[in-house]
Design a protein around this ligand. Structure first.
Ligand code: GRF
Length: 195
């Protein structure tokens, strides 16, 4: 039997286009891994449909009705579950809650996030809008390791996107997403080669 492929868990709250780009990269041989579970805090999120369509197991993270909080007991249960599943890397893909201990302790340097700006610039929500409002000439996207801060962990890879005259938040975010879909699988491949 060959070596087991690197096992990824993907967490997202929304459309899951980045999760789709991970599936596509696996299928084209750009990413040597498999997605073993997709989890969401939002039962309606399209990311769950994308996973189900592919036959990837899905699950809902119960955040006890909190809007932004990711309750500690839920993070503990998740850490336990992903450990049992022998997950190697956790990929946050549009996951709108902050990951903290104990997940960070159980998966040190094994949780990645994609952020729609050139960190350390414009951390937090709607980073493309922040870039536009600040009059930035260029922005982009960043894949980084997750630490206890908000979008502060060590940077793995970045891609630049120019801000064009006449850009709206929507047009700029759409162009950033084109780059995200190339960058995230490449950064995951790079991180897993260093596991
Ligand atoms: C992406 O722009 C990502 O950078 C941000 O949330 C968005 C998620 O999009 N963290 P999707 O759900 O992957 O389509």
């Amino acid at each position: 039997m060959g070596r087991m492929k690197t096992r990824l868990a993907v967490l997202g709250s929304g459309s899951g286009s980045n999760c789709q780009s991970i599936f596509n990269a696996i299928d084209d041989g750009r990413l040597d891994a498999e997605v073993v579970i997709v989890l969401s805090d939002n039962p309606e999120a399209f990311i769950l449909k994308r996973a189900a369509q592919r036959g990837v197991p899905t699950g809902i993270l119960d955040c006890h009705g909190f809007k932004n909080k990711f309750p500690e007991e839920e993070q503990s249960a998740l850490a336990e579950r992903l450990k049992e599943m022998q997950v190697d890397l956790i990929c946050l893909a549009g996951f709108m809650r902050l990951v903290k201990q104990p997940l960070l302790d159980v998966f040190p340097r094994r949780i990645l996030n994609i952020h729609p700006a050139l960190l350390p610039k414009f951390p937090g929500v709607e980073a493309w809008k922040q870039a536009l409002e600040a009059g930035a000439e260029q922005t982009g996207c960043t894949v980084h390791y997750v630490d206890a801060g908000m979008d502060t962990g060590e940077i793995i890879m970045q891609a630049y996107v120019p801000v064009l005259a006449g850009d709206t938040p929507e047009t700029l975010h759409a162009r950033i997403q084109v780059q995200e879909h190339i960058l995230y699988p490449a950064a995951i491949q790079s991180a897993l080669s260093r596991l």
